[in-house]
Ligand binder design. Sequence first.
Ligand code: GDP
Ligand code: MN
Length: 391
Amino acid sequence: MKIHEYQAKGILKKYGVAVPRGEMATTREEAERTAGNLFSAGASGVVVKAQIHAGGRGKGGGVKIAKSVEEAVELAGKMLGMRLVTHQTGPEGRIVQRLLIEETLPIEKELYIGILVDREEGKPVFMASAAGGMEIEQVAAQNPQAILKEYIDPGMGLEPFQARKLAFQLGLKPQQVNQAVQFMTGLYKAFEDTDASLLEINPFITTTDGRLFALDAKINFDDNALFRHPDIRELRDVDEEDPLEVEASKYNLNYIKLDGNVGCMVNGAGLAMATMDIVKYAGGMPANFLDVGGGANAEQVTHAFEILLSDKSVKAVLINIFGGILRVDTLATGVVEAARKTNIQLPIVLRLEGTNVEEGREILKQSGLNFIVAETMKDAAEQVVAAANAA
Ligand code: GDP
Ligand code: MN
């Protein structure tokens, strides 16, 4: 799960990580109030930042500096409701519905610091670079030695000597090292406590008067651990998520949208993966990953089908089911119901095996609808790819 920058900063603040003063705003009036408070408290400027679940906002026009309350209100008015396009949003962009209004700080240097799980090492790793502010992926590709790494023993956590080492390697001044240790310790504690999968501060800044701040903040959480963090689950903003994925999660369907045109409905994650592989092997591209689960009922199958079909890029559908707990006749009933309800015009290829397969095939045949029943997975993949490409 992803959250907004202002929410991530709220979490970091609790762990003693320095963040600029500021508040979230959803209207011009709220922006005006916060900007007014910040100027009264001595800010020399405020920054108006679009809150979307994507980076690259600076370059896309989603981060603007104002020197007065009036200017901040004007910028807020322009930014709210704007379609912000960045290299991470795709060409359709995102509508800005929330802003962060924050004090500006006198930036001396922009650095990068992040924590993620290194799967090969089986450990969290701190990544840091003196080349912050810009896209860190670019730095990693062009100048990999500019990225510092410090692996963390999960049993020990970040040790002060490791934080000191990173601080010196980043070129921080000796008098900033204790601040840096506190900063990094807070980051690590936040990462660990919240079961985060990624925590990124880009830029992590030094100010001309020697202080350290998280100027931007991104935290992604491990969805499988969210059950023990009800407070974090509250931070979810479904407006930022793919509407079909949100719909699927309501019915406990495991759906992930992809770029291709072959809609796939499968039971079991392993079979779903194998199905995507074989579709690709047959020269096609899956439009989604969809696992209806082992114990799906006819209603869930109907919903799954509706979700698949509301994706306009789907040109043909492959249903690949191994009937175990989910019996093939139950699935067939769901498919026929959904096909009638949605008045489907697309070719549907089915490959069915397992419990009650004969009854299932009979239901499909009796429906009078035009289903293509394939014999093997390979045959099914080839037929569905041919159908999608012909559309
Ligand atoms: P991103 O582009 O989505 O990663 O958004 P960031 O929050 O990282 O902001 C992008 C850039 O805007 C930063 O690298 C800074 O250069 C600039 N910026 C953000 N906040 C401030 C601020 O308070 N003062 C100044 N001067 N620049 C800022
Ligand atoms: Mn950033």
